[in-house]
Design a protein around this ligand. Structure first.
Ligand SMILES: [Zn+2]
Ligand SMILES: [Zn+2]
Length: 387
């Protein structure tokens, strides 16, 4: 079943102030409280839904994440899963840690920040940010420095993240004695159960800000647009991921920043195709070049290189330009450039040319079409002709 939008559940607009969210929450929990609606299943469901919505919208970190990623950004938070919505995107491929190129890190460990069992009042690491970046074929091959625009939560500099106005401080919440949690009775099929809920007075923070900081409205966090320079190492490919440590959202209560993850896409090249760290291309040659051999100039990633086509080269032979491919991501050399030569048949021959080819045909015999395989086995043409 699709989950309802949390703002809709609480009946508040997307830009609602914290106080309005709290007010709506109180009103609805009173309305649907199991004590007031004994045996009413619908009310019970509503009560749960309202609590779930408030658990997210009443927490600045979670609300930011919800605004950005929807339910996927906050689902499974209580169970410790964290960032369930990213599950698909993070499977397969490999990751590049900018700090240490040799390190393939555990993405789930890195993203969830120790999700489960986290106390609402403890330090909480900021959420990570995902950005997709499309590179040209050459940028992926040789690396690039990219400027990435992010809008992220940052610690409010005016109140240093406390959320309290200058000269004031926050007070311990009396209702929950600073624990951030209150016990509430909830009727279930198994009877009445005591469940812990975020304290409605302090939104689970354990303290109350009487005079909020005017800059951040008491949240301790502000949204800022930032341009972050990220170095993309040479050799990345589609589905490579770069982690820029500490460039994600600010945490709360001194929890530190999350990370910035850059997901790489590479635009296809007009001539080249990537095969691992080799670049592959096809090139037409004339049948004369194929027969007599030739030194040709071919396009490479960095310009041009000369390619020796040996005498008697068969069509579709793959020739190799050593070290002209993509640098290995882990360092130590480069792949090769593979050039498949395709022999072109001449057309629009003049009478003179036809005569010359006729002469050539007459003068050539079986031995001219032997050994189109280097290892001495019969080649395709020979096998076919022998039948
Ligand atoms: Zn502030
Ligand atoms: Zn409280």
């Amino acid at each position: 079943m699709a989950k309802r939008d949390y703002y809709e559940v609480l009946g508040v607009p997307k830009n609602a102030q914290e106080a309005d969210i709290k007010k709506a929450y109180r009103k609805l929990t009173m309305q649907y409280h199991p004590d007031r609606n004994p045996g009413d299943k619908t009310a019970e469901e509503k009560f749960k839904e309202v609590n779930e919505a408030y658990e997210v919208l009443g927490d600045q970190g979670k609300r930011t994440r919800y605004d950005q990623f929807g339910h996927a950004g906050v689902d499974g938070q209580a169970g410790g899963g964290g960032f369930g919505g990213f599950g698909g995107g993070f499977g397969g491929g490999f990751n590049v840690d900018l700090g240490d190129l040799g390190d393939i890190f555990d993405i789930f460990g890195g993203m969830a920040g120790g999700g489960g069992g986290r106390r609402a009042t403890g330090p909480q690491k900021g959420e990570s940010i995902r950005k997709d970046v499309t590179l040209s074929f050459e940028e992926a091959a040789f690396g690039a420095e990219k400027e990435i625009e992010v809008t992220r939560a940052e610690t409010c500099s005016r109140c240093q993240g406390t959320g309290a106005k200058e000269g004031t401080s926050k007070k311990r919440c009396e209702r929950c004695q600073g624990t951030g949690q209150v016990k509430a009775a909830q009727r279930t099929m198994l009877g009445t159960m005591q469940i812990a809920q975020p304290c409605p007075d302090c939104r689970g923070e354990g303290y109350i800000i009487e005079q909020p900081c005017p800059e951040c409205g008491g949240q301790g966090l502000v949204r800022r647009r930032r341009t972050i320079k990220v170095k993309i190492p040479p050799g990345v490919d589609n589905d490579s991921r770069i982690r820029s440590t500490g460039d994600g959202h600010a945490g709360v209560r001194g929890g530190g920043h999350g990370d910035l993850y850059i997901f790489i896409r590479v635009r296809p090249h007009e001539f080249f195709e990537r095969r691992g760290d080799d670049v592959y291309m096809e090139m037409p040659i004339t049948f004369v070049q194929a027969a007599l051999g030739a030194d040709l100039s071919v396009k490479t990633l960095e310009g041009e290189a000369s390619l020796k086509v040996p005498e008697g080269t068969q069509t579709h032979t793959v020739l190799r330009l050593k070290g002209q491919g993509i640098p290995h991501l882990r360092g130590g050399g480069r792949g090769d450039q593979l050039v498949r030569v395709i022999v072109a048949t001449p057309v629009k021959l003049s009478a003179k040319q036809k005569e010359l080819l006729g002469e050539f045909a007459q003068s050539s015999g079986k031995e001219n079409y032997r050994g189109d395989q280097k290892d001495g086995k019969k080649g395709f043409f020979e096998r076919w002709r022998d039948k």
